[in-house]
Write a protein that binds this ligand. Structure first.
Ligand SMILES: *[C@@H]1O[C@H](CO)[C@@H](O)[C@H](O)[C@H]1NC(C)=O
Ligand SMILES: *[C@@H]1O[C@H](CO)[C@@H](O)[C@H](O)[C@H]1NC(C)=O
Ligand SMILES: *[C@@H]1O[C@H](CO)[C@@H](O)[C@H](O)[C@H]1NC(C)=O
Length: 649
């Protein structure tokens, strides 16, 4: 039986949570704590006897006069049922309280409490304190609260009698509250947990809860944690509930599964969860997806696909934080789903103004990653950007603006959008990470938005130094971006008078393996066009392929003409009057399911024109429609030589 009143007598014996010096009242103690303990005695005496009945031991209960059930005892289901309801109601009550003081007041006012309910209260306290304290200082006010002290004392004295759930919950809450790990209280709770673990009767939720505490207390190599994981693996997966699945994922994600540990358990769990996906609530779906990201389960794409499919019907119901997790997973695994996108469009276009900044950023990032030009989402993000700019941090700003450049899309109110961006840049320029700033400005220039004043800062030796200091030197991609920015101001901003990019920072080609400012030509499409060109021009010698220009761009095909419009052989160096650049644009150069050219291809074609090339675009969707080689020749003729009626060379 748990009675708070008893604790007042025994309080003198061993109190040792919070600070290490709480040994006994008689030994040396911090002065403050002595007075607190006296205080406690006075305050607690008048409290009525309270009964904490546990669900495991059959103890007579003073207040209810009834019995509390053993597990499996069907004798008086009424008490059990009543308790379940009580706990649920209690949970509900707790969730409405937002200060520890109120929670202790509630606990102090209740007649009957089971130990697991007390532990729930402690958990809610730790939840609140974590939010407020961000883990920096010990929540002294909690430690000094009389009810808290009495509860701790009770747990310490009766650790052998409390229910397993109460035990592990209380331990979890106390660990989160940073109660000294070497205090008698924690040591007792841990050793009691060990005993129960040895007996092998712990449920998955208890094991997971204990696992998280032990991970916190002793790290992933702790022997008890290994034992916990063994117990988890002994349980038959088929019996697990969706909640239990999510708990084990969360435990693994919180550090237990670090560095590929328990991958075979994860593999089984991943396979099993596919079959359970339809049963997961929105909350559990987002939890599991988030765990898959943290655990980098790239091999479990079938599960990601299944979970994202089941997420579709919850898109409007997810909280912002849940939605962020789901989107984060889709971004991480590079997966998209048409129906999910449509549901996201509905949500974002309705709620972008009030959504959490991170959720808005992730929504457009998801589109960007999968090259989905969703006008409803882009337009909504653009509008909310203008109104909410001040709420966004620099990373969110960068992630919200970059997709417009990448996908080559100007929203209806683009002037307003870029004016807001400009004012953010003016006010918060130094807050941006150098790389983020480079990415941001570079993406703006793709769609012909040239923040010239800020571009000048990019080429300053100071900024370039920062850029180098930030990463592992300057990689090829960063140098490509700088070079292209410089080319852009040279070609498109004739009024630019700022510093120039030193030659040592310039690259010779934009085409680099991996991430590149140009998309390599689609070989299949190229080969078909090549055959058509040979038919059209009469020989392979009249055009060159994959030509690197002096301006870093690579032409898919180049055709040279003399002054009279005759085609010269590709090797000709003199008398070249006109150069035709064929852009053989395969599907990868466009947004997904759209004929909108990507930003990097748009800037390339724009620049080639400014450099004097005649740009002829051969998009895959036009070329694919051609039936035979005659059609192809006719098509190429019309495209390349629109003004000559006869081929006479
Ligand atoms: C995740 O896994 C993939 C493939 O297994 C690997 O390439 C990538 O580096 C991993 N990411 C992290 C952050 O560990
Ligand atoms: C911006 O906010 C997000 C979410 O609140 C956070 O994860 C991120 O670290 C922040 N980034 C910067 C640069 O402040
Ligand atoms: C955006 O454009 C629409 C239509 O052109 C206009 O009605 C609206 O007022 C504009 N919003 C802003 C913020 O400029």
């Amino acid at each position: 039986m748990f009675r708070i009143c008893r604790s007042t007598v025994m309080l003198r014996k061993t109190l040792s949570y919070g600070t290490t010096c709480w040994k006994t009242l008689n030994s040396q103690c911090c002065a403050v704590l002595v007075t607190q303990v006296k205080h406690t005695t006075e305050k607690l005496l008048p409290l009525p006897c309270r009964c904490y009945h546990s669900t495991i031991w059959n103890l007579p209960c003073l207040v209810t006069g009834g019995t509390v059930q053993h597990h499996g005892d069907a004798g008086s289901g009424f008490v059990m049922k009543r308790e379940v309801v009580d706990e649920k109601q209690f949970c509900e009550q707790l969730s409405h309280l937002s200060s520890s003081k109120d929670i202790f007041k509630l606990v102090g006012s209740l007649e009957v409490l089971s130990d697991s309910m007390v532990a729930l209260a402690l958990q809610r306290v730790s939840q609140i304190e974590m939010q407020e304290d961000s883990g920096l200082k010990k929540p002294l006010e909690v430690f000094e609260n009389d009810v808290f002290k009495a509860l701790c004392f009770q747990f310490e004295q009766d650790s052998q009698k409390v229910s397993t759930t109460g035990l592990v919950r209380a331990l979890r809450a106390l660990v989160e509250l940073y109660v000294d790990p070497w205090s008698t209280l924690i040591v007792r709770l841990v050793s009691e947990s060990q005993e129960r673990l040895d007996k092998g009767h712990m449920s998955i939720p208890d094991l997971c809860m204990l696992g998280e505490s032990m991970l916190n207390l002793e790290g992933p190599d702790c022997a008890m944690l290994l034992q916990i994981m063994e117990r988890v693996q002994e349980k038959k997966l088929e019996d697990w509930t969706p909640e239990e699945i999510a708990m084990v994922y969360t435990l693994l994600q919180s550090g237990v599964g670090e560095g590929g540990r328990y991958q075979s358990l994860l593999n089984q769990l991943n396979d099993f969860t596919v079959t359970m996906a339809s049963k997961l609530s929105p909350k559990l779906l987002s939890k599991v997806l988030h765990a898959l990201v943290v655990l980098n389960q790239t091999q479990s794409i079938p599960l990601v696909i299944s979970l994202s499919k089941h997420s579709v019907r919850h898109v409007s119901r997810f909280t912002d934080i849940e939605l962020e997790s789901v989107l984060g997973a889709l971004i991480h695994f590079g997966h998209s789903d048409r129906f999910f996108t449509e549901a996201l469009e509905r949500r974002v276009s309705k709620a972008s103004f009030t959504m959490h900044p991170e959720a808005v950023s992730k929504a457009i990032q998801y589109c960007s990653r999968r090259l989905i030009l969703s006008r409803p989402i882009f337009d909504a993000v653009a509008e909310s950007f203008v109104y909410n700019t001040d709420k966004f941090n620099t990373s969110q700003i960068t992630r919200q603006i970059m997709p417009f450049g990448k996908l080559n899309y100007l929203p209806p109110n683009s002037t307003t959008l870029f004016r807001s961006l400009e004012s953010v840049l003016s006010n918060r320029f130094s807050q941006f990470q150098p790389r983020a700033l480079l990415n941001l400005l570079h993406s703006c220039t793709l769609i012909q938005r040239f923040p010239v004043n800020f571009l000048a800062k990019i080429f300053s030796p100071y900024f370039l130094q920062q850029l180098q200091a930030e990463g592992k030197g300057m990689d090829k991609f960063v140098l490509s971006q700088l070079t292209q920015l410089f080319l852009t101001v040279t070609l498109e901003c004739p009024f630019y008078e700022g510093p120039k990019l030193l030659p040592k920072y310039r690259v010779k080609t934009f085409l680099i393996p991996g991430r590149s400012l140009e998309t390599p030509v689609d070989l299949h499409l190229y080969n078909r066009v090549k055959t058509g060109l040979i038919d059209l021009l009469g020989a392979r010698m009249y055009f060159a392929s994959h030509v690197l220009t002096p301006y870093c761009y690579t032409l898919d095909v180049e055709i040279k003409l003399d002054e009279e419009g005759f085609v010269l052989s590709a090797t000709h160096r003199e008398e070249v009057f006109k150069r035709i650049a064929l852009c053989i644009d395969g599907p990868k150069r466009f947004c997904a399911n759209s004929h909108n050219l990507l930003g990097k291809e748009a800037i390339k074609q724009r620049h080639l024109r400014l450099l004097g090339y005649e740009v002829v675009q051969i998009p895959y969707f036009e070329f694919q429609a051609l039936q035979n080689s005659d059609d192809i020749v006719a098509y190429l003729h019309k495209k390349i030589f629109p003004y000559s009626f006869r081929l006479n060379w």
